[in-house]
Write a protein that binds this ligand. Structure first.
Ligand SMILES: CCC(=O)NCCS(=O)(=O)O
Length: 349
């Protein structure tokens, strides 16, 4: 038991879990994804430098990471405020903002957005993938990393008094690097001290989620309070999915709204459509996992904002929920996915 037990920690302080309402468990509001820039094909360079025009929007959807300007979501604070107000109007209550060290977390802006809009925002502690770890981070011991993560939850992060309410998204690649392994171990130790929720960004390989779970378990992590993100681009085979589900983490489909033919971070992956995501959720519900499912959009680039013709943060509430209902997921099960499961995960033990 800690002072946080039974509560959820938002950027404005502790709240009662019943106040959260419908929750997107994996979003970004202020971040940079410059670490993942992919050079455009030479013939497309002119489009990439002048992207936000109607005639270029299809190109941008297919090549979101090949346009530098698209990667600086944090430049759109005013549009984000409008997005959050629209999210609230659509019935949203809470957003988990998973930006961690390495991709430009901005806690004062998150606090201001929460104050301006009344949407609860839960911020993330810890570190993103290896390529964003500084030389100093890579040299740190697991104990030092643990102290930093614990302090970001108990006292505040980035020199502020704004406290994080989850650990993650903790970034891992494939294969998992030495530095990422240390961060995973620190995450498990911090979780054991704090009884807090954690959320993982796995590498882009079918074996990656289970390997992360193995490392966390080895270090005393609580898998029942762990979210495995991005399953929609990671595990496709139903049997493999059930095998992973049996390990006991939350199962997150968090790329709703993303459709692209060639996924540049792993060309072997066929990025699913939203219909295929709903089909995967219906399959997991049928297999008895309705208490472990979570959903989100993981917006991390500008072109997905409604300002630029994108689907925005209300797409799931407005468009995906009706689709779920039409595909055999009941209203009670939808409420579990949007309200009860996030609430249980986010509540400190
Ligand atoms: C920081 C945002 C992020 O990591 N999103 C995941 C993108 S992907 O790995 O699923 O392509």
């Amino acid at each position: 038991m800690t002072a946080l037990s039974g509560k959820v920690q938002t950027v404005l302080g502790l709240v009662d879990p019943d106040q959260l309402g419908r929750t997107m468990t994996h979003e970004h509001l202020t971040m940079s994804f410059e670490c993942s820039y992919v050079s455009p094909p030479p013939a497309d360079e002119a489009v990439a430098e002048n992207p936000f025009q109607l005639q270029h929007m299809h190109w941008l959807k297919q090549n979101p990471y090949s346009c530098r300007e698209n990667l600086f979501l944090q430049q759109e604070v005013s549009a984000l405020r409008d997005e959050l107000l629209a999210y609230k109007k659509a019935g949203g209550g809470t957003i988990v903002e998973n930006t961690t060290t390495g991709i430009d977390r901005d806690l004062p802006t998150l606090r201001q957005l929460a104050k301006d809009t009344g949407v609860h925002i839960v911020a993330g502690a810890g570190f993103y993938v290896d390529s964003t770890h500084t030389v100093a981070t890579k040299k740190m011991s697991v104990e030092k990393l643990t102290d930093i993560i614990v302090s970001e939850v108990l006292h505040g992060a980035d020199g502020t008094d704004i406290r994080c309410g989850v650990i993650g998204e903790i970034g891992t690649g494939w294969p998992i690097t030495e530095s990422e392994t240390k961060v995973l171990r620190a995450t498990a130790y911090a979780q054991a001290q704090l009884g807090c929720p954690i959320i993982i960004h796995p590498g882009r390989n079918t074996a990656a989620p289970a390997e992360v779970v193995r490392i966390l378990q080895e270090t005393g992590g609580d898998i029942s309070k762990t979210v495995m993100s991005h399953l929609d681009r990671t595990i496709f085979d139903e049997e493999e999915l059930l095998e992973f589900a049996s390990l006991g983490s939350y199962l997150e489909y968090d790329l709703f709204g993303t459709e692209m033919l060639n996924y540049p971070f792993n060309l072997d992956v066929d990025m699913p459509s939203d219909s295929q995501r709903v089909k995967a959720l219906a399959f997991l519900v049928k297999e008895g996992y309705e208490d472990r499912l979570l959903v989100a959009h993981d917006i991390h680039t500008k072109h997905r904002l409604t300002k630029f013709g994108g689907h925005g943060y209300s797409h799931i509430l407005k468009n995906i929920v009706p689709k779920m209902l039409s595909r055999g997921i009941s209203q009670h099960q939808v409420d579990k996915i949007l309200i009860d499961n996030p609430k249980r995960w986010l509540t400190f033990k």
